[in-house]
Design a protein around this ligand. Structure first.
Ligand SMILES: C[S@@+](CC[C@H](N)C(=O)[O-])C[C@H]1O[C@@H](n2cnc3c(N)ncnc32)[C@H](O)[C@@H]1O
Length: 472
């Protein structure tokens, strides 16, 4: 096992946890074995297998996926979809339990991570042999490089990064390592080796911290053993590949937009959905993956970055464009229109005039419109009786006006013919601006058994939803 000074995570030797040992959601907070709020979103040590190849701050924990897949009665032989799959937590968790998973992700780096995490076809010994050869070659090049000839990114690429995301020496070493991976381009290990570099860049050798916003640490890492850290990451991947069932059902992750599913899925093929879409707030989701996206060459310039942003649900004032029209999907929704008006009135009262602040009301309309478009688009692909879980959080980022994302989403879903089963509390988060506890919820929906006669017997109508609150 390769040891890396900058990484204290040991090799995952644990077996995949027994799903029967996991309590259902209400118990997580109230009963025996409850998970305190502070750790509800953490990755358990036993969940590091595969999941930890690359995760980001936006990821939800595997235990949450497990709990809901169990609650939805998902078992081998069925198909689970995550339409906003990020780095693939749902699809990986499904695969670990022998369940067929499909993901959709619009951000190229997250899509890449999810695709590699669900590719278990690589022979672990071949992976290590290949990594060792590349490490040796890269170390030689690094040892031979002159201090005044450090590799750098192009000025254009550098301008996309948060300032001082990574110090010059670790960046030089990472670029030498990347060049060596590219030169040898050994298949089928190539993508795994690049993903290991993405992880090393962010978590071992950069100056970034996530709390949960991405920022630059005051204490900067002037140098780091980049190649050793990378090799340790590859070693953990190889260790995981030795213990997982490499014959598990295949998983597919589409690089696509969850608002346009038409050519991706088979009609009536999805048994369950579990996902966490973005929330309406001021987070620019592309900043979370910026360093590794730029260094790996997935985003080379401002045009590439704009393309990524345009493929995302409109959730912040940095990804709103002139021709956006998702808002037409909620044009008749009185509550969302009233919410957008309230946000705009608050802006005027407060005398806020920046271009970004003027966008908040539009973001709110386009966000819920985009979610309505996604939910409408999804319907033909769901099997009758399919369960869906959407993890969403309350927000107050727009002049502290409360946006009850879960409740509004449930209302939109009901208008589109879904049954609203529950709105469960997953955890609460402290809002920095208001110091209020904000709810993060799982909106549980069901696609009716018979679409023509929707009986609210085992679900709630749109009118009921304003009353739904599962108090935990
Ligand atoms: C909260 S994150 C999901 C994290 C994921 N559950 C995980 O565990 O890694 C939301 C994801 O939705 C993606 N996204 C945003 N708009 C999208 C769209 N229109 N289609 C597909 N994915 C989108 C973002 O890039 C982001 O990765």
């Amino acid at each position: 096992m390769v040891q890396c000074a900058c990484d204290n995570i040991t090799s995952p030797a644990q077996q995949i946890p027994d799903m029967s040992q996991i309590a259902l959601m209400p118990d997580l907070f109230e009963g025996e074995g409850a998970r305190p709020n502070a750790i509800a979103n953490r990755l358990d040590a036993s969940d590091r297998v595969i999941h930890d190849w690359y995760r980001f701050v936006l990821s939800f924990p595997p235990h949450l996926v497990r709990d809901y897949l169990e609650r939805f009665g998902v078992a081998p032989g069925v198909t689970v979809l995550d339409p906003f799959c990020g780095t693939g937590t749902t699809v990986v968790e499904a695969k670990l339990h022998g369940i067929c998973g499909i993901g959709v992700e619009a951000n190229a780096l997250a899509h890449f991570a999810g695709s590699v995490k669900t590719d278990w076809s690589v022979n672990p010994d071949a992976l290590m042999a290949c990594a060792q050869m590349i490490a040796d070659a890269a170390e030689k090049k690094i040892a031979a490089s002159l201090p005044d000839e450090l590799r750098t990114l192009s000025a254009e690429a550098e301008s996309l990064l948060l300032k001082e995301s990574i110090s010059p020496l670790p960046l030089h070493k990472a670029l030498v390592l990347l060049e060596t991976i590219e030169e040898l381009r050994v298949q089928p290990c190539y993508r795994h080796l690049r993903l290991a570099l993405a992880r090393t860049l962010v978590y071992d050798v950069s100056n970034l911290h996530f709390g949960p916003e991405v920022g630059v640490k005051r204490v900067k890492l002037e140098d780091a053993p980049v190649v050793a850290c990378w090799l340790a990451t590859v070693q953990r991947m190889a260790d995981d590949l030795r213990i997982v069932d490499r014959t598990a059902p295949p998983a597919v992750i589409h690089h696509a937009d969850a608002r346009r599913l038409a050519n991706l899925l088979q009609p009536r093929s999805i048994d369950a959905v579990f996902t966490s879409p973005p929330y309406p707030n001021e987070k620019d989701y592309t900043r979370t993956t910026r360093l590794e996206s730029v260094v790996l060459g997935l985003i080379k310039n401002k045009d590439d970055l704009r393309l990524v942003k345009q493929g995302l649900l409109r959730s912040n004032s940095r990804n709103i464009y002139k021709n956006d029209d998702d808002d037409r999907w909620i044009a008749q929704n009185a509550e969302i229109q009233a919410l957008a008006i309230e946000i705009e009135q608050r802006r005027i009262e407060l005398g806020k005039t920046s271009g970004f602040e003027r966008m908040y009301a539009r973001v709110t309309r386009h966000y819920f419109g985009g979610m309505a478009r996604h939910l409408a688009e999804l319907r033909p692909f769901l099997k009758p009786g399919a369960y869906l879980g959407y993890v969403v959080g309350e927000q107050a980022s727009f002049f502290q006006v409360l946006i009850q994302t879960g409740r509004l989403l449930a209302e939109i879903a009901a208008e589109l013919g879904y049954k609203v089963v529950d709105i469960d509390l997953f955890r609460t988060r402290l809002a920095t601006a208001t110091r209020q506890q904000m709810r993060e919820e799982v909106v549980v929906l069901r696609w009716p058994e018979r679409c023509a006669s929707q009986s609210p017997k085992d679900g709630h109508t749109a009118q009921d939803i304003s009353r739904i609150r599962i108090i935990c």
